[in-house]
Each structure stands twice: as C-alpha cells, then as structure tokens.
Design a protein around this ligand. Structure first.
Ligand SMILES: Cc1ncc(C[n+]2csc(CCOP(=O)(O)OP(=O)(O)O)c2C)c(N)n1
Length: 577
C-alpha cells in the first residue's frame, strides 16, 4: 500500500496495539501529528514538556505492563527526552521513543533544531536507530517494539528525518522480526536450577532478596507460593517492593542505605542469599566488603551482564525470573532453618519503624500510613529524596506494578508525570504521587496536562521547605551547614510553619494557589486531624488533579540510615545520641 513514512508509523502503532501515546509537537514531527489528526484511535496526550512525555510513557509502562510510547521533535525536543530515557533505561522499562530529525540532506550542517539524537541517546538507551532509508522504516519500528519489551526491557529510540516521514513508498508493516545476535534467554539452565534448590533446602540461614525484575517478569504469584512453601524470610531492593505484602510476616522490608534494621541484619548474617531480578546497586549493598560476607550468593537474572558484576555469585542462573522460579518451585522443601527464621522474626518485632518527628509539623511517616489507610490499593509514585524513602518504608505495598519510582537514576521530577501516565493507562485506579516540595517543581507544568485530560492524580507534597534529603546529609555529615538547600523565601528558614491554614507559608510558591491557578484542587494540611478529611476529599474528586500541601516537620529525617560508604551492619537509627 502506498503511504508516507508518517502514515506507516501510525499504522505500526495500531498493529502493536498502542492506543495511547505521550508527546509534544515541533517542525520535524508535524507530518506525524498531521496523520494522528485523522486517527483518534491512537490518542495523543499533549504533555507540557518532553521530559514529562517520557516519564509519562514510563509510568504507563510500569503500571500497565505494556510498552510506553512517546513522540518528540528534533533538537531541543529530543534533548529534553534524555533524562526520561536514562531513568527508564536504569530501571529496565520498555519504551519506544520516536523523535523527528532534520531532513537527511541537512544532517551534519548545523541545521536549525539539529541534534545528534542517536549519539546523545546511545549511553542512555537499550538501543537506538537513525532511519536513513524510507524502506527501512517498517522493519526498524517492528524491531524497536520487539527489543524494548524482550529480554531485559528498556527504552529504544527511533530518530526519523523529516523527509523520510514525507516519502511515499508502497510497503507494509512487517509481521515478524528477525535479529541476528539478539537472543534473550528465558529458561534457566536445569543443572544450575537443581543446584540452587539444593543449596536453599540445605541452608542454615537462607534469605531471599528480590528486585524490580520480579515485577517485569510477572513473578509475584509463583514467588508467593515459594515463600508459603519454604517459610524463608524475604528482603527486597527499593524496586522489589510490592511483590510481597509489606505486612507479610516473612517480609523484612527493603535493604540498603534506608533499609530496615531487620533486613540489613539478615543480609549481614545469612549463609545463603537467593537473589532474583536485582542489580546489587551500591545504595542497596553499602560497602561491598561488608556485604553478605557469610553467604553463598545465587543470582537469577535475565541479563547475564549483571551477574557477578558487583558481587561474586556462586550459582548464576541466566533467565526470566518467573520462568526460572516455576522450575525451582517443585524442587523446594519447607525450610529446616527454624532457629534462624524465629530469630529473624523476633528482630523484626524488636525494630519497628519510628514515625515520630523531632519538632513541630506533621510526621511524614504518619501521613504516608494514612494514605495507605485511605488508598490501600493505590498506585504509588514518588519523586526522589526523603519523600521516596519514607514512602518505601511506610506505605503498605501489597501488589505488583503498584510502585513507580526512579530507583537507578534517582530522578527528581519523575513521579508526577509518571503518575499522569499511569492514571491515563489505568483510569479506574487512584494514582498518588508522594512528592517533596523541591522535586514537584521540576515537572509541575504537567498539572496543565492533568487538568486538560481530567486525570484525578493526587499529589501529596511532603513540604519541609528544604531539599530535605540533601539537608539531612548536611545535618549529619556537614555540621548542619545548610548550604543552598532551604526553599523558603530568600533561602531563609523563618522558623516553624505558620499552622494557620489561611495564611500562606513564607515560601515560594504557594502550592495551593498554584494548583488553583492551573485549574486543579488545592488543599493545605497543617494539623494531624486534617489529614484523613483531606485524603477523603481528594478521593471524592474524580475529574481533576488534587494537590495536598502537607506541612511536615522541617527537620524530620529518614531512619534508619547506613552512612555513605559504610556497611549494612553499620546503620544508625537516629536514637543513638
Ligand atoms: C534531577 C535531580 N537533581 C538533583 C538531585 C539530587 N537530590 C537528591 S534528593 C534531593 C532533595 C529533594 O528535595 P525534595 O524534593 O524537597 O524532597 P525531600 O527530600 O525534602 O523529601 C536532591 C536535590 C536529584 N536526585 N535529581
């Protein structure tokens, strides 16, 4: 069939089952927008910044399990996608990002809005293409979708010169893809699987350590069965939260810099660490010389390059987490390590999380527990900083794909547009972004998108008037020299919050007024008894975004904490003094 490159792109989206994309126009991609005009079956959500489009596609992908698609123009449009692509790449999220490029005869000429998108995105993507021949376009798009969602998922960029978009050719979108040299392995090696099962059955102090790969492979149900059968305790990375219910007696919480005492102690003492879909990131492991020193490590991962990269692995298994666990499950027995399991559960009881705060202002831990109470089935996003760690510790996660956070790159400004994408993909769910007052300002413009789309995303700002996590480090490691982390007026801390909700606090901006200026709902909460009513009010609003400005204690810290460079056994709890 004769058609332009742009027409083929829209056909490709339909064939790949894509009915919602996120994007922003510009000269180089006008031809695609022009075709979209006639195809309402592929809906485009117009973000207000290209970074917002990529994070939205990412949030959509994490929450729905489908590929997220975004569209940006050449030059500044494409460079604005970089942070979002790097975020998705680090956390293995499937995205296809289509960018426009200047016409082929102008590439390399410093043409208007030209950027070397392929060069710029190479280190932050799973794969990328510059389409230099119209005849390649269909194949490239087919490959892009295939690569994004197979093996270890990730973002794939397809950069298309404007004249390629306009060139007419008689071609079809291919049905199949064949890629030499790219053969992801899903099934684990049978001998290794038997070895791993035997090691787990015989261990005196076994421990599971699970990560984001569990969500990506859909391993929740089989893992649940394994935990029930063996009774072995479980720790997770930040990205693995939600696979097991936070309340489950076997679940010790996350390990790492802000991991729970019980989880960090268990890692330090175990003799067998059965790890699945994790990267052994430095924020999780702390000082590698002190990490799980008594343990043999089993590592299941779809990406062979992650195995033995950071820690020495005794039994490596390359494969998809769910596929491998389905083979492991029948080989496992109830654990005989009763003393260890009892000890671990006692430690968990002895070290509950502490939500108290040192001064006036609301307790962030308490607020997050109340959010869990009013929205137990919420899809929870966060920004980066204390807000992220408090949420990881205090929200009662209970299912897969309900936890959207920038784990690897730690991107402030991720949570809100990701929430928008998740809400657009799952209109029947309630999506909540738990934010800091610093991070939310990085993509606040997406309020306009949410208002236009009638998306009832709830943005719970834990407002401490500071770039809180940096302030916490300054407090603990730089003698309270709060260099450029105060966000109140003129960078001066004006003492405790004014808890008279009628008076705007002395900081910029007033988030309640800002929300209203965008056409969203704005609520300020300064007293404990206002928390639940505010959340209930937010719940009752279903046609626009709601910003809740919680004035939290300015010097509340995240505890426990493993200082940078220390081992997981060297945590401090905040009660030491
Ligand atoms: C884009 C980006 N810039 C800088 C940082 C470094 N950083 C990490 S946490 C943080 C402070 C976050 O402050 P806020 O959003 O107010 O959250 P809080 O820690 O107070 O909850 C900063 C600046 C980052 N993670 N991302």
């Amino acid at each position: 069939m004769e058609r332009t490159g742009s027409q083929l792109i829209v056909e490709a989206l339909k064939k790949e089952g894509v009915d919602l994309i996120f994007g922003y126009p510009g000269g180089a991609v006008i031809p695609i927008f022009d075709v979209l005009y006639d195809h309402p079956e592929v809906e485009l959500v117009l973000n207000r910044h290209e970074q917002g489009s990529v994070h939205a596609a990412d949030g959509y992908a994490r929450a729905t399990g489908k590929v997220g698609v975004c569209l940006a123009t050449s030059g500044p449009g494409a460079t604005n996608t970089i942070t979002g692509l790097a975020t998705a790449n680090f956390d293995s999220i499937p995205i296809v990002c289509i960018t426009g490029q200047v016409p082929r005869n102008m590439i390399g000429n410093d043409a208007f809005q030209e950027a070397d998108t392929q060069g710029l995105t190479r280190p932050v993507s799973k794969h990328n293409y510059l389409v230099t021949r119209r005849a390649d376009l269909g194949r490239v798009l087919k490959e892009a979708f295939y690569i994004a969602q197979t093996g270890r998922p990730g973002p794939v960029i397809v950069d298309i010169p404007k004249d390629v978009l306009n060139t007419i050719l008689d071609d079809e979108y291919p049905e199949e893809v064949s890629l030499r040299g790219y053969n992801p392995v899903y099934k684990g090696h049978s001998r290794q699987i038997h070895k791993a099962a035997e090691a787990l059955n015989n261990a005196q102090k076994p421990l599971f350590y699970i990560g984001g790969g569990m969500h990506l492979s859909g391993a929740q149900d089989i893992f649940r069965q394994i935990v029930d059968k063996t009774g072995i305790p479980v720790t997770s990375s930040l990205m693995g939260l939600g696979i097991l219910e936070q309340e489950d007696p076997n679940f010790l919480g996350m390990i790492g810099m802000h991991g729970t005492v019980a989880a960090n102690q268990a890692i330090t003492d175990c003799d067998l660490l059965f790890s699945i879909g994790v990267r052994f990131d430095d924020r999780a492991t702390g000082d590698l010389n002190r990490f799980a020193t008594h343990a043999d490590i089993i590592h299941i991962d779809i990406d062979p390059t992650t195995i033995s990269r950071n820690v020495a692995v005794k039994i490596p298994i390359v494969g998809d987490a769910r596929t491998v666990l389905e083979e492991v499950a029948p080989l496992l027995e109830e654990s005989k390590a009763h003393d260890w399991i009892d000890e671990i559960k006692t430690r968990k009881k002895l070290n509950p999380l502490d939500e108290s705060v040192p001064g006036p202002g609301l307790s962030p831990g308490h607020i997050i527990r109340q959010i869990g109470h009013v929205f137990p089935q919420g899809i929870i996003c966060t920004e980066v900083g204390q807000n992220q760690m408090w949420t990881a510790l205090f929200y009662p996660f209970n299912r897969t794909r309900s936890w959207l956070t920038s784990g690897g790159l730690g991107t402030m400004g991720y949570g809100f547009p990701a929430a928008l994408g998740a809400q657009a993909g799952l209109p029947d769910k309630r999506v909540i972004d738990i934010a800091g007052d610093g991070s939310i300002q990085m993509n606040i413009q997406e309020l306009a998108t949410c208002v236009d789309q009638k998306l009832p995303v709830i943005i719970a700002i834990l407002n401490n008037g500071y770039l809180g996590m940096v302030r916490q480090w300054q407090e603990l490691f730089h003698k309270k020299r709060y260099s450029h982390t105060c966000l109140t007026a003129a960078g001066q801390d004006n003492g405790p919050w004014n808890t008279d909700a009628q008076t705007p606090p002395p900081y910029h901006p007033d988030f309640v007024m800002l929300a209203k200026a965008y056409g969203a709902e704005g609520i300020r909460v300064t007293k404990e008894e206002e928390i639940i009513p505010a959340l209930e009010k937010a719940k009752s609003i279903t046609d626009r975004p709601i910003v809740i400005d919680f004035l939290i204690d300015k010097e509340a810290n995240v505890w426990p904490m493993v200082p940078p460079g220390a081992g997981l056994d060297q945590y401090i709890t905040g009660q030491e003094a």
